[in-house]
Ligand binder design. Structure first.
Ligand code: MG
Length: 268
């Protein structure tokens, strides 16, 4: 060691002894080590830890809803009572159409739901509105993704198709309109990437934490950590009704031939 370096070392050592230097190691966090995940070649491809809900081939991950969906708070309350009273149930297979790698709503068959229940998730889903110039407003390619069966992110053709903005594509239905309209024209595939945090309830049913949603439409931020006021309902004002920590994801039959593909989730 050169004598100049030695002098510098002595100075540094003495200043640290005097309490002037904070060891940077004190703020290094080494545990836990983030789990290694291999991303898809494109961001829309499922990463290695994703649960595949639809890969274009079959409906094995889906069934007809066991409890169902409520469009008003009275219906939501009734569903909660039905759920509490229910013991065993028979699963009925989902019967929407699978064609050309897409899952297609069959009007009249009703909603479908995942066999598995989810709480906090990252969800990727792609959808397509078939071009149909005769349709308009809420009647043009309406479907929806009901997180936990209660919290809907709207699926609708909102490309040059006006409707109430808190009910357009990417809206948290009747609660939060999208920050921007990132819709592609009918006939083109588009995507949602959603981060959903489930509501938390105390033992007495009181709300500890509201559900939140962050969402991207075709890669564009449309919902930024929005705190839901309760279920996304068609009629009336929402409020929270306690429910289990995990519930199935529902896709809506709103009488339009909307298509879905490449559906996967990561549990958070
Ligand atoms: Mg809808």
């Amino acid at each position: 060691m050169k004598w100049t370096n030695l002098i510098i070392a002595v100075i540094l050592f003495s200043t640290s002894l005097a309490g002037q230097e904070i060891d940077p190691k004190l703020t290094e966090v080494w545990e836990p080590v983030p789990e290694k995940v291999t991303p898809g070649i494109f961001p829309s491809n499922p990463p290695s830890d994703a649960i595949i809900l639809f890969d274009g081939t079959d409906l094995s991950q889906w069934r007809k809803p066991v409890i169902g969906y409520g469009g008003s708070m009275a219906e939501i309350e009734a569903l909660a009572k039905k759920r509490a009273a229910m013991e065993a149930y028979e699963e009925k297979d989902a019967d929407w159409e699978v064609k050309d790698g897409a899952l297609i709503v069959v009007p009249g068959k009703g909603h479908i739901e995942t066999r598995k229940a989810f709480g906090d998730i990252q969800l990727h889903i792609e959808w397509l509105s078939p071009a149909d110039p005769g349709k308009e407003g809420q009647g043009y390619s309406n479907s929806g993704i009901f997180l936990m069966g209660h919290y809907e992110i709207q699926v609708l053709n909102s490309y040059e198709n006006p409707t109430y903005p808190n009910g357009q594509a990417g809206a948290l239905y009747k609660q939060s309109m999208p920050l921007v309209n990132a819709c592609r024209p009918p006939g083109e595939w588009q995507s949602y990437d959603i981060i959903f945090m489930a509501p938390k309830f105390a033992g007495d049913g009181s709300l500890l934490r509201p559900a939140t949603v962050t969402a991207f439409h075709n890669g564009v931020l449309i919902q930024n950590h929005y705190e839901l006021k309760g279920p996304c309902i068609y009629r009336g004002e929402p409020y929270y009704v306690p429910h289990p920590e995990k519930l199935p994801l529902i896709l809506q039959d709103h009488s339009d031939r909307v298509r879905f593909r490449n559906i996967w989730v990561r549990e958070l």
